[in-house]
Design a protein. Structure first.
Length: 110
């Protein structure tokens, strides 16, 4: 069984690209959506004591190799929007010498 056969959950990557500045010097981003497949696994969840019912959950997301995604991007899975945290990692298989998938950490709060 290959890893690509395990990536079977529909998702949408919201890829943000800087496209210049407005008249006040603020960055303007152009958002593009890419429908793809992924695997999503919970990494950790905590409920900070001072905030009540609000939970912060970190997820590990696995995407097909070559999926364009960066730190400023987001992923929507099952109507949940997850913000990418840190740099996504293009995982390389040393046996095949090819990239096998993209792995990243994302966070949702709610």
């Amino acid at each position: 069984m290959t890893l690509s056969s395990l990536l079977n959950r529909d998702c949408v990557v919201l890829h943000r690209v800087d496209s210049g500045e407005d008249e006040y010097g603020n960055p303007i981003s152009e958002d593009t959506e890419l429908a793809t497949v992924c695997e999503l696994q919970q990494r950790r969840s905590e409920e900070p004591g001072a905030v009540g019912e609000r939970a912060v959950t970190d997820w590990v997301i696995f995407l097909p190799a070559g999926t364009p995604i960066a730190t400023a991007d987001a992923v929507t899975v099952d109507e949940h929007r997850l913000e990418v945290i840190g740099d996504p990692w293009e995982v390389r298989n040393p046996r095949t010498r090819h990239d096998s998938h993209v792995e990243l950490v994302a966070r949702t709060a709610g």
